[in-house]
Design a binder for this molecule. Structure first.
Ligand code: ADP
Ligand code: MG
Length: 234
């Protein structure tokens, strides 16, 4: 199997004045193409720090990050931005939709920055909305949609560039349990369609929907296991 993510002894410290505070303390991990991985761990264990590194939103202090065969750990910021825009879709706990725009316009936003003409933007936005089952909500604004629908629009926006890697940091953190399950099933469909999905959750029953669970504790990997009932289909 081919790794889409290869981490070799990744460390990350935050600096408070001259004092270094170690947060990631040597993470070595391979994630293969087309996996569906849940990253778990207590609050403060370094999940978001790791996701930001995976998403090329931040750089590690030490170690190596190979994304799709390319060493991104020491890339300058502008090259990192290209990698981010080309290969990665990111979904946050806060949905971050622009309230004055419709669902389709929100989904199309990353394509404006990519300089794609309007007609194609709208076609691709509709295609992404179809993938999350929301083609019939394309003209709705945030205040006309439920929390789950808004999060699905945010997922569509993350998919609109056809990224090979979809990352989501606590995407169900603001949703009730029924809606969380719907969102996890959408991620499952996205994975089944060929993407690699890595998401953070701190809820055990939500992590059940992923096929592999990696647990962090205090900046190191504590366990890394396939979900037993999913093993047959991996
Ligand atoms: P998690 O997502 O698992 O809750 P985080 O990665 O957000 O954990 O944080 C891990 C640790 O790093 C925490 O102790 C947090 O306070 C600290 N931390 C996170 N971001 C910063 C930052 N920008 N500056 C300083 N410390 C930070
Ligand atoms: Mg976090």
């Amino acid at each position: 199997m081919q790794s889409i993510i290869r981490l070799e002894n990744i460390t990350k410290s935050y600096f408070m004045g001259s004092q270094a505070i170690p947060v990631l303390k040597g993470i070595t991990l391979d994630i293969f193409k087309n996996e569906y991985v849940a990253l778990m761990g207590p609050s403060g264990s370094g999940k978001s720090t790791l996701m930001n590194i995976l998403g090329c939103l931040d750089t590690p202090t030490g170690g190596k990050y190979i994304l799709n065969g390319q060493d991104v750990s020491k890339m300058p910021d502008d090259s990192l931005a290209d990698v981010r825009n080309g290969e990665i879709g990111f979904v946050f706990q806060q949905f971050n939709l622009l309230p004055r725009l419709t669902a389709a316009e929100n989904v199309a936003l990353p394509l404006i920055y990519a300089g794609i003409p309007k007609k194609e933007r709208m076609e691709r936005a509709m295609e992404a909305l179809r993938k999350v089952g929301l083609a019939d909500r394309s003209h709705h604004k945030s205040n006309e949609m439920s929390g789950g629908q808004i999060q699905r629009v945010a997922i569509a926006r993350a998919l609109v560039n056809n990224p090979s890697l979809l990352l989501a940091d606590e995407p169900t953190g603001n949703l009730d349990s029924k809606t969380s399950v719907e969102v996890m099933e959408i991620f499952g469909q996205i994975q089944a369609a060929g993407n690699t999905v890595v998401l953070v959750t701190h809820e055990e029953d939500i992590a059940e929907y992923a096929k592999r669970v990696v647990r962090l504790r205090d900046g190191v990997i504590e366990t890394d296991k396939l979900n037993a009932h999913k093993e047959a289909v991996v």
